[in-house]
Design a protein around this ligand. Structure first.
Ligand SMILES: CC(C)(COP(=O)(O)OP(=O)(O)OC[C@H]1O[C@@H](n2cnc3c(N)ncnc32)[C@H](O)[C@@H]1OP(=O)(O)O)[C@@H](O)C(=O)NCCC(=O)NCCS
Length: 177
């Protein structure tokens, strides 16, 4: 069944940030720091979206632009003399849907929104990390055309507060647009 007409998206705001945090907390095995949420509103970033199913908030995607790195390894930032630095792609920090609302196409709709943003910004890659034991997420990303770029990123999730049974490695995935 096609549920897409029941799904709508909206940007993060100070008013829905508490809901965003709650959806992340109950859906993800890792906990993000407070700054992860506050920065997403301060940046006024249209790559952060909350999904509603019949007006109930049920899913979240949080992304950022990937800036090219300078020779010293730091991220290049735009300034007056380098106003033409172009992002390399989009990184998915977090994508989750409340358990009861899964397999209704909600994450697909959130990802489709980010794919459209890629086209709008003339970007050609979406990347993300997935916890190695997260079979559902792997199936979701592979169904959506992502390919494994690095099959073992050791201890990627070690610095997060987590519930990962001492398994903190990740798989790095990439979708070429
Ligand atoms: C991964 C996740 C975001 C998918 O959300 P969703 O809204 O259920 O995904 P969709 O309904 O758009 O699924 C699209 C397709 O992906 C695949 N898929 C999604 N979940 C799957 C699962 N549990 N098992 C197998 N395939 C799955 C299916 O092919 C599905 O299409 P189908 O339902 O027609 O068979 C959701 O399971 C989730 O929130 N998991 C916990 C958080 C997480 O792990 N996030 C990803 C890491 S950043």
């Amino acid at each position: 069944m096609d549920y897409s007409r029941w799904i709508s998206l909206d940007e993060f705001t100070v008013n829905n940030l508490g809901v965003v945090k709650k959806i992340n907390e109950v859906s993800m095995p890792i906990a993000f720091k407070e700054s992860f949420y506050s920065a997403s509103v301060e940046q006024n970033n249209d790559l952060n979206q909350i999904a509603y199913f019949k007006e109930i908030p049920v899913g979240v995607i949080k992304c950022r632009l990937i800036m090219p790195t300078k020779s010293d390894g730091s991220a290049a930032t735009k300034n007056k003399s380098s106003s033409k630095i172009l992002p390399k792609g989009i990184y998915i920090d977090s994508l989750c849907v409340l358990e009861k609302y899964r397999r209704l196409g909600i994450a697909s709709k959130l990802l489709e929104y980010i794919r459209d943003k890629c086209s709008e910004y003339f970007l050609h890659e979406i990347v993300c990390h997935v916890w190695v034991d997260n079979k559902e997420a792997m199936q979701f990303y592979e169904k959506n055309g992502f390919k494994v770029k690095n099959a073992l990123v050791k201890d990627y999730y070690k610095s997060y507060t987590n519930d990962l049974n001492n398994q903190t490695d990740a798989i790095y995935l990439s979708l070429t647009i």
